[in-house]
Design a protein around this ligand. Structure first.
Ligand SMILES: Nc1ncnc2c1ncn2[C@@H]1O[C@H](COP(=O)(O)OP(=O)(O)O)[C@@H](O)[C@H]1O
Ligand SMILES: CC(=O)N[C@@H](CCC(=O)OP(=O)(O)O)C(=O)O
Length: 269
């Protein structure tokens, strides 16, 4: 069976991903892996909102999304960022097809109970649009937007959560989260060091002590949820060629999160 990998590209990395990143993705696709990209775009949404004199607002890491904001979110995620990634992939020689979670009713969501407007919690992932793209030889490039089941209202979704839910639903063996740090960092002997391997129990402890905070929280929560639903490994790393190739080959890179605790200090594979 082909290896199936979901790659989440964080909004924090969007302007920094070099052509080699996309060329490496094209190489991995050419070797026969099934790749699915889910992208964020938080910083680009903030910049566009500021141009419109709207101050971005967040509650627990989620964007407070009013009717005017969802229009900007849709425009930036499904438009600007999605097409920027598709163009970069095509230029690198990969076959890519840009869609949003609304297309084909892929991501069905309900409005979150928190009073933060048009933000969704995923209720159901319909994988058919993804499978159609994969069987046509395309990398689906997915913007994190959902639709409500009854009213077809567009909802803003956190991209980490969307990537985790998709990885679980399509039984991806691996979820790769590309971000702007080399992995989960922990202060040891006064220095920030990358954790080579961790697990959901240790992650909960690090959230409670504040060692994991901000944008890393939705990432690790999505990782733990995906592991609980059958994804074997989640890797948090940067988008260098070396990182990407190592992760695709199953070699240690960034922070590897698996459900079980390693017996020794190294990553268990
Ligand atoms: N323990 C930690 N290790 C690494 N990064 C952390 C940690 N806790 C919080 N962070 C923050 O999480 C950020 C990554 O999340 P975020 O900015 O949302 O990225 P993305 O746009 O890639 O999803 C890092 O830049 C860092 O500031
Ligand atoms: C509900 C919610 O907060 N949605 C996010 C969607 C983009 C995202 O998650 O982008 P990153 O990868 O940069 O974090 C937002 O509006 O910013």
């Amino acid at each position: 069976m082909k290896s199936r990998i979901v790659i989440k590209c964080g909004g924090s990395t969007m302007d920094q991903l070099p052509p080699e990143f996309f060329q490496t993705i094209a190489q991995i696709q050419a070797k026969g892996a099934e790749l699915i990209i889910v992208h964020g775009g938080g910083p680009a949404i903030n910049a566009r909102l500021k141009q419109l004199n709207i101050e971005p607002q967040f509650a627990d890491g989620l964007r407070v999304t009013c009717a005017q904001t969802i229009e900007v979110v849709e425009m930036v995620l499904a438009g600007t960022i999605n097409k920027q990634l598709v163009r970069a992939l095509l230029s690198a020689g990969a076959s890519a097809l840009g869609i949003s979670g609304m297309d084909g009713r892929m991501l069905v969501a309900r409005q979150t109970a928190q009073p933060i407007g048009l933000v969704g919690e995923i209720e159901q992932v319909n994988p058919e649009p993804i499978f159609h793209a994969l069987s046509g030889g395309y990398i689906p490039v997915i913007a994190p937007l959902g639709l409500t089941a009854l009213a077809d209202q567009a909802l803003n979704l956190n991209a980490d959560t969307a990537a985790g839910a998709i990885a679980a639903r399509i039984r991806a063996e691996k979820l790769l989260m590309i971000t702007d740090v080399p992995g989960i960092l922990q202060v040891r002997n006064g220095e920030k060091q990358r954790l080579a391997h961790t697990n959901p129990i240790e992650i909960e402890r690090m959230i409670s002590t504040g060692e994991i905070h901000g944008g890393m929280i939705p990432k690790v929560r999505a990782a733990c949820s995906a592991l609980g639903q059958g994804v074997k490994e989640v890797v948090i790393c940067q988008g260098t060629t070396a990182d990407l190739l190592a992760a695709a080959a199953g070699n240690p890179v960034g922070t590897s999160i698996t459900a079980e605790t390693p017996i020794t200090g190294g990553a268990k594979r």
